[in-house]
Design a protein around this ligand. Structure first.
Ligand code: PLP
Length: 451
């Protein structure tokens, strides 16, 4: 074995001594110490004490086919033995990258036929920034540089992807904001307009994009980017009519539309892609997470005919790429992940079985005094906690109550995440009804304790 056997206390001490964790308050972690996760199977994790934990988040919204898949291990081992690494630079290609490109072109909607591989969702979105600006430059319109995103949208952690995202805490760290990014408010019905008709609000929220384009100047806007359902920003399901109006506005102003499908892709919303669930026709789509079910890092930018043709016909060199773009082992694992989803009809399972069941079970929490709203689509759901239902008062400062509730869940060996005061569930697509029952009863108990 390559890993030594250590006690939990030793793992914790070494972790504390050396590891800087992502998105972590170091002082708080030092006080508590890490829980050491040692193995996993299906929808369950085990910690170093041998305690089983039900993973209601599929890792970070990514382990869609569940843990312990021998097929994925075998696919990786076969590919590593045959060709562990080669790249797509300098006029070379590899069978796994070619085959995965073909398969992705097949399963993604309408004309998204060209693939640029990266290692992470952040890099995919970062790639989009360079690509859309290069597109407009090649079209003779270099002044079209501004990219519009949404407040609390999350597109990744690289400097540029975080600037394109709308996480204010990320904007505050790391110096002055990058130029040529703009953010409109997110279509959060419960937060901004709970007493308004959702459809009326949907149109109004979409028109914030039109107003922003007019204010910036339509000739300066390159693209609009958004997640079909906003995930890390609080599980914000778009109101009816929102996406159709967004699409109309983009077409009207000739602004490219980019769907960040890093979470929504690969079955999460009950179709292969969130764009299909909401009738979006994006020019570009970014994929990650579920693409390999998190077994290996891989992500992709799916590029439609319009942008691809310009890159091909007017291009010259696209001066961008990563050592591991199209990594053959990661591509082989992604191909096998897609095959598993096909064989086990996981998309239909979400749409027809476990998705509706999760929403039905979470609906039983609606009368809890802490619960303001239960919302979701497919197998992603949010339960928004609120201080006072009668006056629609939110907690202030936001996040403390959500964090407490999350910690109660974790102590009860169930992983449910909190985004501010919204409890988030995004389990593996293979979750059973009995496991959904366990998630929901753990959340109900945690709510009682949080009160
Ligand atoms: N886009 C969305 C919608 C995400 O949720 C995430 C990660 O959570 C990213 C992009 C960034 O992906 P990664 O963490 O692989 O860089």
């Amino acid at each position: 074995d390559s890993l030594p056997t250590r006690s939990t206390a030793d793992w914790r001490a070494l972790d504390a001594a050396h590891s800087l964790h992502p998105f972590t308050d170091y002082k708080a972690l030092a006080a508590e110490g890490s829980r050491i996760i040692t193995r996993a199977d299906g929808c369950s994790l085990w910690d170093s004490e041998g305690t089983e934990i039900l993973d209601g988040m599929a890792g970070l919204w990514c382990v869609n086919v569940g843990y312990g898949r021998r097929e994925l291990v075998d696919a990786a081992a076969r590919q590593m033995a045959e060709l562990p690494y080669y790249n797509l630079f300098f006029k070379t290609a590899t069978p796994p990258a070619i085959e995965l490109s073909r398969r992705l072109a097949e399963i993604t909607p309408h004309g998204l036929d060209h693939v640029f591989f990266t290692n992470s969702g952040s890099e995919a979105n970062d790639t989009v920034i360079r690509m859309v600006r290069q597109y407009w430059a090649l079209e003779g319109r270099p002044e079209r540089r501004v990219i519009i995103g949404r407040q609390n949208g999350y597109h990744g952690s690289t400097v540029a992807a975080a600037a394109m995202g709308g996480m204010s805490a990320m904007h505050k760290q790391g110096g002055p904001p990058l130029p040529d990014f703009h953010h409109i408010r997110e279509p959060h019905h419960f937060k901004y307009a709970h007493d308004q008709d959702p459809e009326v609000f949907g149109l109004e929220a979409a028109r914030w994009l039109d107003e922003a384009i007019q204010a910036i100047g339509p000739g300066r806007v390159a693209a609009f980017i958004a997640e079909p359902v906003q995930g890390a920003g609080g599980l914000i399901v778009p109101p009816p009519g929102y996406w159709a109006e967004i699409q109309r506005i983009c077409v009207h102003h000739d602004v490219l539309l980019i769907a960040d499908e890093v979470i929504c892709g690969f079955g999460r919303t009950g179709q292969w892609f969130g764009s299909q669930t909401f009738g979006i026709r994006p020019d570009i789509m970014t994929l990650a997470k579920g693409l390999s079910s998190g077994y290996l890092p891989i992500a992709a930018v799916m590029v439609g005919q319009r942008v691809a043709r310009t890159l091909f016909d007017k291009g010259g060199e696209f001066v961008h790429g990563f050592t591991y773009s199209g990594h053959p082992t990661a591509c082989a694992v992604a191909l096998e992940t897609i095959s598993i989803m096909d064989r086990e009809r996981l998309v239909e399972r979400v749409r027809e079985d476990v998705g509706p069941y999760l929403m039905e079970r979470l609906g039983t929490l609606r009368d809890h005094p802490l619960v303001g709203e239960v919302r979701g689509r497919g197998l992603m759901a949010g339960v928004e906690l609120i201080r006072d239902r009668a006056s629609h008062a939110f907690f202030s400062p936001a996040g403390k109550v959500g964090t407490r509730c999350r910690d109660h869940c974790f102590n009860a060996n169930v992983i449910i995440r909190a985004v501010a005061d919204t409890m988030i569930l995004s389990p593996p697509l293979v979750i059973s009804r009995a496991q959904i029952d366990r998630l929901v009863s753990a959340l109900a108990e945690a709510l009682d304790r949080t009160q």
